[in-house]
Design a protein around this ligand. Structure first.
Ligand code: ZN
Length: 345
């Protein structure tokens, strides 16, 4: 008897306690003991040959090396928060598809599905697996709504449309030119949220190589296959009800710029909000305070939060990290400052 993949509903019931794997724990213990052993050997055999400043430098260097190894071990675990754990007992309007870094969502709309965002170009196999687990065929998808043009949101567009070219792509009118360039926009200013995040994000090639399980070339970072708008695609230039563009859902697209100029979110009448990167639950331990790591315009970003709150959002589903209630946006509004943004270069 062949084993059938779990349905999306079954996946939501799956116990998802965030316990780290034993391998990770053992590796950390080995790193800690290795570090202590190094210090002991250094103190017994070498310390007396060096001055106090040199010994302090060696100690600090060993600390940094041990810290870097532990960071590589634990950051993927710390940033991997399965979305379902927060949705148990909740009847959702949609099926989350967790890719390597990006949460995409499938929404049942009549006889078809609407896909919110895709993922990295290298997420193709994982995307197909998730779709299979959800029990949905690519041929059942009628629309893709892109929350913005970034590589981790539109990287799979070409592959998906290659399989089903009848899918209509919905995006902001400001996305059209950016997505044609094939690289994340840096022409509108902005940068990393703060210095700590900038430090980490400048090493994201290593992180992405780990989570995508392949070496990412330097020139490939922040790029994606360019996409040229087709006649059948739909551009939205203002807040737009989904029914207005032929999607039978009680939901609307609202413009939520700030992360990028072309950011949009999907807000359901019942308060569920698929917010893309207009908010995030990622790298909170580095002071993100529910902001995403890259900001083009901080004022516009928080004004988008105010708009989402005023529009009646209740539960926020970000593209990065687990869902959270709108209270988090209310209590963290304007907490990050534009002057702390670190430019890309
Ligand atoms: Zn983004």
């Amino acid at each position: 008897m062949t084993e059938t993949p779990p349905t999306a509903h079954e996946r939501q019931k799956k116990p998802l306690a965030q316990r780290p794997s034993l391998k990770r724990v053992y590796a950390s213990i080995i790193v800690a003991f290795g570090w202590l052993l190094f210090l002991a050997l250094w103190l017994f055999y070498y310390a007396t040959s060096f001055g106090i400043v040199q010994n302090i430098a060696v100690f600090l260097l060993s600390l940094v090396v041990a810290g870097m190894i532990l960071t590589v071990l634990w950051v993927p675990w710390a940033t991997d928060r399965p979305i379902e754990a927060h949705c148990i007992g909740r009847i959702m309007n949609f099926i989350p598809l967790e890719l390597s870094v990006t949460n995409c969502f499938l929404i049942k709309a009549g006889d078809h599905y609407v896909l919110i965002d895709t993922g990295y170009e290298d997420d193709w196999d994982l995307f197909r697996t998730r779709l299979n687990e959800a029990g949905v065929e690519l041929s059942q998808i009628s629309h893709i709504i892109l929350t913005h043009h970034h590589d981790d949101h539109c990287g799979l567009l070409r592959n998906i449309l290659w399989e089903n070219h009848s899918i209509r792509v919905v995006m902001s009118h400001l996305c059209k030119d950016l997505i044609l360039r094939g690289e994340n926009d840096r022409t509108h200013g902005g940068g990393f949220l703060n210095r700590r995040i900038a430090f980490l994000m400048r090493r994201r090639r290593l992180y992405l190589s780990l989570v995508l399980k392949k070496v990412i070339a330097k020139g490939k970072i922040d790029t994606f296959p360019p996409y040229r708008l087709r006649n059948c695609d739909i551009l939205v230039a203002e807040d737009t009800g989904l029914r207005e563009i032929g999607i039978p859902l009680d939901s609307k697209i609202i413009e939520t710029p700030g992360h990028t100029v072309d950011s949009i979110s999907v807000l359901f009448d019942d308060g569920d909000c698929l917010i893309g990167d207009a908010a995030s639950n990622f790298l909170q331990f580095l002071g993100a305070k529910y902001c995403v790591v890259l900001i083009t315009d901080m004022s516009a970003y928080y004004q988008s939060w105010e708009k989402v709150i005023a529009a009646g959002a209740r539960q926020i589903f970000p593209a990065h990290g687990a869902p959270f209630t709108v209270d988090k946006l209310k209590t963290n509004l304007w907490k990050n400052k534009a002057e702390n943004i670190v430019p890309y270069t």
